[in-house]
Design a protein around this ligand. Structure first.
Ligand code: PHE
Ligand code: ZN
Length: 881
């Protein structure tokens, strides 16, 4: 480690603050280059604090203008001020009022943390540590205060002035061109939930009546001209509010709920109390510019941020190590919401695909960390797939182990006991332990131990004894700083499927506790015996993906294909087919690497053919069955000496082979799935589009599609973005005749809609050809691209680094070198986004030696720079460790 690396933050060092800040009164006078912020803080020393201890407030690049204690300016020797710290000595024993004035330059704020401007609109982002860029404060989640915010601006620049909580007062300032608004939030909150917005924005309004009969004003604020693209977000919000009442008994608690969409945002969205601020990608939708996936994403993110009102805001985190307490739980809640709005198995498959393609690789590489880490250098780097997605899986497992009633009782107890508090994972688990009477000590290891466990299942059937025995073994791999692991509690949902395809019921089980269909795996090894089993069954294991583990079973391809056709759990039908496809792709990759011909077993082809043609199945589900495991899934499964080019080639070849063998069925279903009426974003219509578009992809990669006729016709006939982007993707990724014209037509049509143009960037950045890197470089000079906008950077460069495995991991290292250069230049303006990009290196150690050496050289080049942000420094250091 470098000698100048700042000390890490450790969980074991947590201690409460010496001071409480009970109320915060902010007076913010906005001006582009010189915004004045006056903070009036009512502070008291806690009983637990040492007498005479100084008050040390956090700052970040702050410029202090004045400081007063109980109305009198502070003497120069009573405090020390630096941009990142304000220390005040000689404070009274009793309560006191501190007045701090700082000056900010929102226009110069390119980090998009604190107060900044997006297309002229003033907005804030304070999670995790952005409030300290506005004023000096105890900027930590366990400091809860009641906020009153006065915002003042030129009326013509910013007719709309928004703050947290409820509006209390507004007016003009006589004799000037300025006006103001005062907002009051009665709910004590940590500084990371503070927000304000000021700008010239259009408003779309609606109302909601809560279960207890209160009327809530709902508003969505967007740039003028986008009013027509808010209906879906508004509808999603109303459905979220109703669902949280019905399913979790949670009612909204303010008179207004405001959402603002901004175009420059580092993350997806932010749950500031009563004033959610969104990346506009998760608000704006019209059939012409948003895909079905965008619609689903908006529904999920609107719900997620709304659900934070209880899980995150009313009950918040004691410290940032507890981030999963709000994020994992809230992701679980939004996933449940989407499942109820759409098809549960389809949603589950989508979530598991995301988990396996993003979280599993993270957990298998140098950036692996527990769901609740114990140490960090830069908290911004812990908004990860592990904290969010694996964190949600942990909550889902809790529900599986406890059953729905005890789970709900535990949630109710949590809300009742911890409302208004900043709390911990331990306090959360204690509620479930009390509600269920179960000991959750071993279960809590899911929060502590990093790495994806492996469950190995071997089975045998003894016909004479009518006995079916499964040996279940678990192991948890070593991860950075955690070499030895303990056995975990793993819910293994299972059923035995008889030869006729029905579930065997009424069996007696020994060897592990079983509640409902869930086996509780706790030991390193269990011998689980089912008796009175009349015939050899096929076990359907890890149903609904009941735990985030690797399952290695001794089921043959024939068993798996039987499950793919007959399992009564739709998730496992999909999973079984994927398992067979995955081994076929691995074989194909070995063949590609050894320059041998690639073949595909006819049984797999037949199984895929059967799922295409089965009209009893939901089209959305059939679409998922057709999707082959992705390149990163294959890389993860292969594990070492990975050659991403061989993977890509093998996958394309297998897809083409399947397409040729099934061309007739595919074309028939493709035609049958043509939309019968006008566009609708609902689950049924989007499922038909998904199936038709995945069939288009197959057919266009097959021999019959090579002339591009089908894909061009699809593109030309598209009356919505889902179909248009799918067709463009196919034309470009299969390099079909007409792809250049289609790219030009798309740019013509959407050149002035940045979110739509992002799809155009992504499609080109992810084309698996040798010129992709040059294309990416060229597109960075396109008029629609900007390094200052995180969505553009992610759509072009992020997509290249994470969505184009064969070209990012080029054998000559040019992809790595390019990403290193981008990371270094972006680090100067937006370290958070730069660090995200840098994490695309996270699987470098599993590459084959030549690529590994080139990736390492690029990482070392970045690490050697003296002036790196803590964000990028942390990622490259951990990648190299
Ligand atoms: N808390 C936000 C969420 O709901 C994510 C976020 C984190 C946004 C940090 C901005 C900054 O997921
Ligand atoms: Zn969240």
């Amino acid at each position: 480690m470098r000698p100048d690396t700042p000390a890490p933050v450790r969980l074991e060092d947590y201690r409460p603050t010496d001071f409480a800040i009970d109320t915060v009164s902010l007076d913010i006078r906005l001006a582009p280059k010189a915004t004045q912020v006056r903070a009036r803080l009512a502070i008291r020393r806690r009983d637990t604090a040492a007498k005479g201890a100084p008050l040390v407030l956090d700052g970040d690049e702050l410029d202090l203008v004045s400081l007063a204690l109980d109305g009198r300016p502070l003497a120069a020797d009573a405090y020390t001020a630096a941009p990142d710290r304000l220390e005040i000595r000689a404070l009274p024993d009793g309560p006191f009022v501190l007045e701090i004035e700082t000056r900010l330059d929102p226009d110069a704020n390119t980090k998009l943390m604190g107060l900044y401007r997006s297309s002229g609109t003033y907005c804030t982002q304070c999670e995790a540590e952005g409030f300290r860029r506005i004023t000096y404060f105890l900027d930590r989640p366990d400091c809860l205060s009641v906020y009153t915010t006065r915002i003042e601006a030129r009326e013509s620049d910013a007719p709309v002035l928004l703050g947290n909580g409820n509006p209390v007062e507004a007016g003009r300032i006589e004799g000037t061109d300025r006006h103001y608004a005062v907002w009051h939030d009665p709910h004590p909150k940590p500084a990371y939930l503070f927000a304000m917005v000021a700008g010239d924005l259009a408003r779309v309004s609606n109302r909601f009546t809560t279960a207890d009969g209160r009327d809530v004003a709902l508003n969505i604020y967007v740039e003028h001209g986008n009013e027509g693209a808010c209906d879906w977000a508004m509808d999603s919000l109303k459905r979220s509010m109703r669902w949280d009442e019905e399913v979790f008994g949670r009612i909204y608690d303010l008179e207004v709920f405001n959402i603002v969409a901004v175009s420059d945002f580092n993350m997806g969205a932010m749950e500031n109390k009563g004033l959610n601020i969104f990346n506009d990608k998760y608000v704006l939708a019209s059939p012409d510019t948003a895909t079905d996936q965008d619609y689903a994403g908006i529904e999920a993110v609107i719900a997620h941020e709304y659900f934070h009102n209880w899980t995150g805001n009313r009950i918040t985190c004691r410290d940032w190590f507890q981030l999963c307490l709000k994020e994992g739980l809230t992701v679980f809640r939004d996933q449940e919401f989407s499942s109820d709005m759409r098809s549960r198995p389809v949603k589950r498959i989508a979530d598991v695909r995301l988990l396996k393609s993003h979280q599993f690789p993270e957990d298998a590489g140098p950036l692996a960390h527990p769901v609740r880490p114990r140490l960090y250098h830069e908290i911004n780097n812990f908004y990860t797939a592990t904290v969010y997605e694996k964190g949600a899986e942990v909550v889902r497992m809790l529900k599986a182990l406890l059953g729905p009633e005890d789970f709900r009782a535990g949630m109710d107890l949590f809300f009742e006991r911890h409302d208004g508090e900043a709390t911990t994972v331990e306090a959360f688990l204690a509620c479930f332990q009390e509600a269920s009477g179960r000991d959750l000590a071993q279960f809590s290891l899911w929060y502590e131990q990093a790495g994806t466990p492996t469950l190995t299942v071997d089975s045998k059937y003894e016909p004479e004894a009518r006995r079916f025995t499964m040996t279940v073994r678990q192991s948890v791999p070593p991860t950075p700083k955690q070499s030895a692991k303990k056995p975990m509690t793993i819910p293994l949902k299972a059923a035995l499927i008889g030869p006729d395809g029905t579930e065997m019921t009424g069996l007696s089980v020994a060897g592990a506790e079983m509640t409902g269909d869930t086996l509780h795996i706790r030991n390193p090894s269990h011998m689980i015996v089912f008796s009175d089993v009349p015939a050899r069954p096929v076990p359907s294991l890890l149903r609904e993906f009941s735990a985030p583990v690797h399952l290695k079973s001794d089921l043959s391809d024939a068993d798996l294909l039987f499950l793919a056709a007959r399992d009564t759990d739709p998730f496992n039908r999909w999973q079984a087919l994927q398992s067979v496809a995955l081994s076929a792709l691995i074989k194909a990759t070995q063949a590609a690497a050894g320059q041998r011909p690639i073949t595909v077993d006819p049984e797999l082809v037949d199984a895929i053919g059967a799922s295409i043609a089965d009209d009893s199945l939901d089209p959305a589900f059939r679409a998922l069955c057709l999707q082959l495991p992705g390149e990163t899934d294959l890389a993860r499964e292969i594990g070492k000496d990975v050659d991403p080019e061989a993977i890509c080639q093998a996958r394309r070849q297998v897809r083409a082979t399947i397409a040729d063998r099934l061309a007739e069925t595919m074309l028939a279903t493709y035609t049958a799935m043509t939309s019968p009426g006008p566009f609708s974003p609902d689950a049924a219509a989007s499922g038909r589009r998904a199936l038709r578009n995945v069939l288009l992809e197959y057919l266009s990669h097959g021999t019959g599609g090579q002339d591009g006729t089908l894909a061009r016709a699809h593109f030309d006939a598209a009356d919505n973005m889902t179909d248009r982007a799918a067709a463009l993707g196919v034309l470009v990724h299969a390099r079909l005749p007409g792809h250049e014209e289609a790219l030009a037509a798309f740019a013509d049509r959407h050149g002035h809609t940045p979110l739509a143009l992002d799809k155009w960037f992504t499609i080109q950045a992810t084309a698996p050809f040798g010129d992709a890197l040059d294309t990416v470089k060229r597109l960075t000079t396109h008029a629609g691209f900007s390094m200052g906008n995180p969505n553009r950077v992610r759509a072009l460069i992020g997509a290249f680094a994470t969505g184009n495995q064969s070209q990012f991991n080029r054998a000559d290292g040019a992809g790595f070198d390019y990403l290193a250069e981008v990371v270094l230049s972006l680090d100067k303006t937006n370290p958070q986004v730069a660090a995200r990009l840098a994490s695309a290196f996270r699987s470098w150690r599993s590459l084959e030696p030549e690529r590994q050496a080139r990736a390492e050289a690029a990482l070392r080049h970045v690490a050697a720079m003296a002036e790196l942000s803590p964000d990028v420094r942390d990622i490259v250091d951990r990648c190299l460790q």
